[in-house]
Structures are given as C-alpha cells and as structure tokens.
Design a protein around this ligand. Structure first.
Ligand code: EPZ
Length: 426
C-alpha cells in the first residue's frame, strides 16, 4: 500500500504549453541493449521514472558500471566489468521489461538465468513467443521455479511469431544482434520503440533492417562498439496529455513529441470533434464544442494503442452518446472502469467489450489505481470530475510518467499528495 494518495480537484480546463519526456517502453529496451557493446554507451533523453531506476539496479548487480543523472536524463553504461548472467526474482519481478535481460545476456555471453518479470496485471502475459525465439536461435531454455534458464551460442535463424508481440520482437532482436549468421523475424511488432531499438543497435555497428515492418532481418556481428544515443519521446505520455487536454476542454500544446506516432489517437480525437493541430515536433489540442461518442478497437501499431485505451475511456464518459471500446490485446484491461463507476461513470463490460454511456458529469470519489495506465485513466477522470478525487496506489503512475504532477500543475491542474492514514477511505 503506497503511503500517499493523489488529490485532484477537477473541472479546470488545462491550458498552456508542456513537453513530453523520453519513452518508457523504448528506454527499457535500449538500456539492456547496451550490454551487447564492447565499450561504454551514453544514452540521453531517458525519463527519470521508476522502471529506468530499477534497470540501473539490475545492471549494477550484474557488474556493469552505470551512472544515471535523472535531472540531465543521461545514463552512461560501461558493460565491460559485467561478470554475471543471473537476475534473481526479487529484482526481475520489479518490472515487466526485466525479461529483456534474457535476450541481452544471451547475446552478450550465451547464458542467462533471469526470474519471471513483474509488471501490470492486465492479463496472462505469457512468454512462450520469447522462449520460441531463443530456441530458434540455438538456446536451450528451461522454465523452472519462476526462473528462465537459457544458454547456448546464438546462431542466426528464422523466427515466425505465432502472434504479434512487442516484447518477443525486442527480445529476439537483442539475442540475434551478435548471433553467428542471419536472423529473420516474421510477423514482428512494428511499434516506434522497435524502430528506436534497431536504430540504437545499428549505431553500435549492428545490422538490423526492416524494423517498423512485419519482417526484420538481422545480420549478426561479432563485435558491437559503444554509442551515444538519444531515445525517442514517449508515444503514450504524449497521448495521455492529449486526452487530458480534450477531457478538461482545455487548450494545450505538447512539445517534443512525434506527431506521426500519434495518428490513431489523433484520428479518433478529430472524429470526436476535438481540434488537433500538428506541428513538426509539437501537437496542440483544443476543444471548442461537445464531444461526439466514438468506437475504439485496440490494435497493434499503427492501430489504436492498447496503452491509450484506458485514459481514452475516461474521456468517453463525457461524450454525447454511447461509445464502444473493444480491447483486443490484453484480457483484463478494464479495471479502471469499475473504479470510475464510483465517480458516476455508467459502463457495461461484456468480456473484451465495454459500453461507455456519455454522462453529463463525473463526481470526485476515492478510487484505486490497479496498474499504470489505469492510474492515468483515473487522473484524467479526476481532472474532469466535479469536486475532489482521491487516487490510492498512485505509485503505479510514477512507474511510467515522469513528473506528471508537476506537468499537470503547470497546466493549471489542482493536484497534490497527501499521506494515507487509518482514517482513509481505501
Ligand atoms: C509491451 O508489453 C508494453 N510494455 C506494454 O505497455 C504494451 O501494452 C504492449 O507492449 C503492447 O503494445 C513494455 O514495452 C515494457 P506484447 P508486452 O508482448 O511486450 C501476448 C505500459 O502500460 N503474448 O506485445 O508484454 C500478451 O499476453 C505497458 O506501458 C503472448 O501470448 O506486450 C498480450 O496478450 C503495459 N505470448 C499480447 O501478446 C508472448 O510470448 C501482446 O503482448 C508474448 C506476448
């Protein structure tokens, strides 16, 4: 139980200029990739968030020399002193992306012993496709006692993913970058952070082609050298800020983003009647009229991102009419809707489909975040609601949004922290 809760007094339109931080899901893939280098790497624009700080601990425990300046958002990783290939469960369970250490350690030293990952409870989230990829590249893999044991010299091979998986694609790229021979990944994920990882690997001398398409070809290299790299901005934070601006009927410009990464959300907001203006590296979101109800179906990139389904469903509670949300990626990603019922939201959930009735008002209430993006959805709902919302377990939000309270406060939000005591509602 977190020792503090967030307090949000809603009903205030967000206005002004803000900026987006470096991408969480790209950073947690690029940082482990530095283990593949023969010499130090410097990575810039990293968000100062819990998931990045957990990776610093894990790399240091492996023996790497890591310095991270959160304020400067710069990390220097010298993998040369790495002497271990073991990541115990108490470390790996602190985040989802710890499983990238399997691919990175297999690529670095043909051996990895890594505990099961943690991460958001949004579904079953098996790793069968990751293990399939490692085996296709020559690893012996055993899944025993909550640990993954993998070893074997990485040899190029073909991997056909039975389903599109971001994590599986990234792990296969990490294991294949230094393999002997060529690897082809078929039915690969196409997210922006897959392309960012490929660009980082290529800046180290790797030969990765086709990232961003469903077929990625990797010609293994014996040695990879150090690199100075800057990760891309966070697609999901950009989208969350866009949704918050629309939800509060405000006028916000988000700087440092990549508008082409936002196309699925932008199209939906325009369909709702929200004004979205794209600039080279900024997006302005304004509302000048009521919002039409729309239907959302989450898809792999470039479809509507599952990570934005939750904040978007908060916005839809105030649309004119009923909206239908279909979550096709994860089995259990509607918990935030059950919490928003406490705020007056009217939703029906039928398996992977939610029907969200547009209501005239949400009211502040005590609610609990159950995962990272559910927390983001509750923040958006709190910004919309009349009165004050208390959000318990806000630590989830910290995992993926850098300085989100300060950013929202700078846009006019009334948001603060308060200690959680025995008298509290949750
Ligand atoms: C990544 O999770 C992201 N996490 C998630 O973001 C994001 O929602 C997801 O990709 C989809 O875009 C990180 O990058 C750290 P998947 P990942 O493998 O890699 C199934 C956030 O909020 N599957 O693409 O775990 C899986 O169960 C987080 O930032 C298998 O069946 O997602 C899911 O149903 C939440 N077998 C679907 O595929 C496997 O071996 C997509 O999962 C792997 C996945």
């Amino acid at each position: 139980m977190d020792s503090y809760k967030l307090l949000i007094t809603g009903g205030i339109p967000l206005t002004g200029e803000t900026y987006v931080s470096g991408g969480k899901n790209t950073s947690v893939a690029v940082i482990p990739a530095a283990l593949l280098s023969d010499d130090p790497c410097t990575i810039d624009n990293l968000p100062d968030i819990e998931d990045v700080r957990v990776l610093v601990d894990i790399l240091r425990a492996l023996g790497a020399d890591v310095s991270f300046d959160g304020a400067a958002r710069r990390m220097r990783i010298d993998p040369r002193p790495v002497s271990s290939y073991q990541v115990p469960y108490k470390q790996s369970q602190r985040m989802r992306a710890s499983y990238y250490l399997i691919g990175a350690l297999l690529g670095r030293c043909s051996h990895a012993e890594v505990g099961y990952p943690g991460g958001c409870a949004i579904g079953n989230r098996p790793m069968d496709q990751h293990l399939k990829a490692f085996r296709a590249l020559g690893a012996e893999v055993e899944d025993k006692g909550g640990m993954i044991y993998a070893h074997g010299k990485m040899m190029g091979g073909d991997v056909f993913f039975d389903k599109i998986t971001v994590g599986g694609t990234i792990n296969a790229m990490l294991a294949a970058a230094k393999a002997e021979g060529t690897t082809i990944l078929f039915n690969a994920a196409k997210e922006p952070h897959i392309v960012d990882l490929a660009n980082f690997l290529n800046s180290m001398g790797a030969k990765v082609k086709g990232a961003g398409t469903d077929t990625i070809r990797i010609t293994g290299q014996k040695h990879l050298h150090g690199s100075n790299y800057t990760v891309i901005p966070d697609q999901i934070e950009t989208g969350t800020l866009m949704i918050a601006a629309a939800a509060t009927r405000g006028d916000v410009t988000i700087h440092g983003c990549i508008p082409t990464h936002m196309e699925a959300l932008t199209a939906k907001l325009l369909e709702m009647g929200v004004q979205v203006t794209e600039m080279d590296d900024a997006i302005r979101v304004r509302t000048v009229r009521g919002h039409r109800a729309v239907n959302i179906k989450t898809q792999e990139y470039p479809g509507f991102p599952t990570d934005l389904q939750q904040p978007m469903s908060a916005l839809l509670t105030r649309a004119n009419g009923d909206s239908i949300v279909i979550e096709t990626i994860f089995e259990s990603r509607f918990k935030h809707l059950m919490e928003m019922r406490r705020m007056g939201a009217r939703v029906q959930i039928l398996d992977q489909t939610a029907i969200i009735e547009g209501v005239t008002e949400l009211y502040g209430a005590p609610v609990t975040a159950t995962d990272l993006r559910a927390g983001a959805a509750l923040v958006v709902a709190g910004l919309m609601a009349k009165g004050t919302t208390e959000i318990y377990e806000p630590g989830f939000i910290e995992r993926g949004y850098e300085h989100i309270e300060e950013k929202l406060r700078a846009l006019g939000a009334v948001i603060s922290r308060a200690p959680v005591g025995d008298h509290d509602a949750r």
